[in-house]
Design a protein around this ligand. Structure first.
Ligand code: URA
Ligand code: SF4
Length: 220
C-alpha cells in the first residue's frame, strides 16, 4: 500500500534549553524536519529585537531571502516596511519571521518559481515559530497572508473574512508548552506580495495599512 509519510517535523532539531533567539537561530541550519532544506540555499530564520513587542509572520522566504539568508529583504519586504511606517509603528519593536523557514520552489529552466508551502510543511516547521514566540512573548502577533494565518489559527481560518480584527491568542497555540504565560493577541491581514499582485495596488496597500493601524492600537 502506498503511503505518503508525513515529514518528521522540526521539534527534534530545536534545542529544548534554548535561552535566546540567537541559540535557536544557531540550531536552525541543522533542521531536517521536512524535505525543503534539500533544495533551498539556506535556512532563513527570523530577525529583530530579542524584546520585540510585535511579531510579523510571513509565509516563507522568497528567492532573494533564500540567497541572502534574511527574511523580507526583497520587494515584499520593502512594501511591508512602507506599510509599517504608514501605520505609525516603530520598526525597532518588530521581529520578522516566516511560517516555513526554507524556500519552496519549482525549477523551470533556470528560474526558481515560488511554490506555496503545503499543510505538511506548515505543520513540520511550526515548532520553530512556537519556539520563537515562547522566547519573545510578544504583545501582538500579526499573520501576513493565508499560510501564516493557517499556522496560527488553524486550517479553516479565512483571512478575507477575519482580517483586521484583534483576536485572542489562538487556541491552537494556547497550550502552556507552546507559549508560556501568554497574554498576547493576534491579528491577520493580507500578505505584502498580494498587494504587489493586486489590480488596484493603492487600495490593497491602504487595506494593509488600515489593518496594521489596528495592530498599532495594541502597542501604544
Ligand atoms: N515573503 C514572505 O512571506 N517572507 C519573506 O521573508 C519574503 C517574502
Ligand atoms: Fe526544518 Fe522548516 Fe526547513 Fe522544513 S522548512 S527543514 S521544518 S526549517
Amino acid at each position: 500500500m502506498a503511503t505518503t509519510q508525513a515529514p518528521p517535523g522540526a521539534q527534534e532539531f530545536i534545542p529544548a534549553d534554548a535561552r535566546s533567539l540567537a541559540e535557536l537561530k544557531q540550531a536552525a541550519p541543522g533542521c531536517r524536519g521536512c524535505e525543503l532544506y534539500e533544495d533551498a540555499t539556506q535556512v532563513v530564520f527570523g530577525r529583530g529585537a530579542e524584546h520585540a513587542r510585535l511579531v510579523l509572520v510571513g509565509e516563507q522566504p522568497g528567492d532573494i531571502e533564500d540567497q541572502q539568508g534574511l527574511p523580507f529583504v526583497g520587494p515584499a519586504g520593502r512594501l511591508l516596511r512602507d506599510a509599517v511606517d504608514e501605520a505609525g509603528i516603530d520598526p525597532s519593536i518588530i521581529y520578522l519571521t516566516n511560517t516555513v523557514k526554507h524556500f519552496r520552489f519549482e525549477l523551470r529552466g533556470r528560474r526558481r518559481i515560488h511554490q506555496t508551502p503545503g499543510p505538511a510543511h506548515i505543520t513540520a516547521c511550526r515548532p520553530w515559530l512556537v519556539a520563537e514566540f515562547a522566547l519573545l512573548k510578544p504583545d501582538l502577533v500579526v499573520a501576513l497572508g493565508a499560510t501564516a494565518a493557517k499556522a496560527l489559527f488553524g486550517p479553516s481560518f479565512r483571512v478575507t473574512r477575519s482580517r483586521g480584527e484583534l483576536l485572542p491568542w489562538p487556541a491552537a497555540a494556547q497550550r502552556p508548552q507552546d507559549f508560556p504565560g501568554a497574554e498576547s493577541r493576534a491579528l491577520a491581514t493580507i500578505h505584502p506580495s498580494a498587494v504587489l499582485r493586486a489590480d488596484d495596488r493603492d487600495a490593497a496597500f491602504r487595506g494593509l495599512v488600515d489593518d496594521l493601524k489596528v495592530a498599532a492600537t495594541v502597542l501604544v
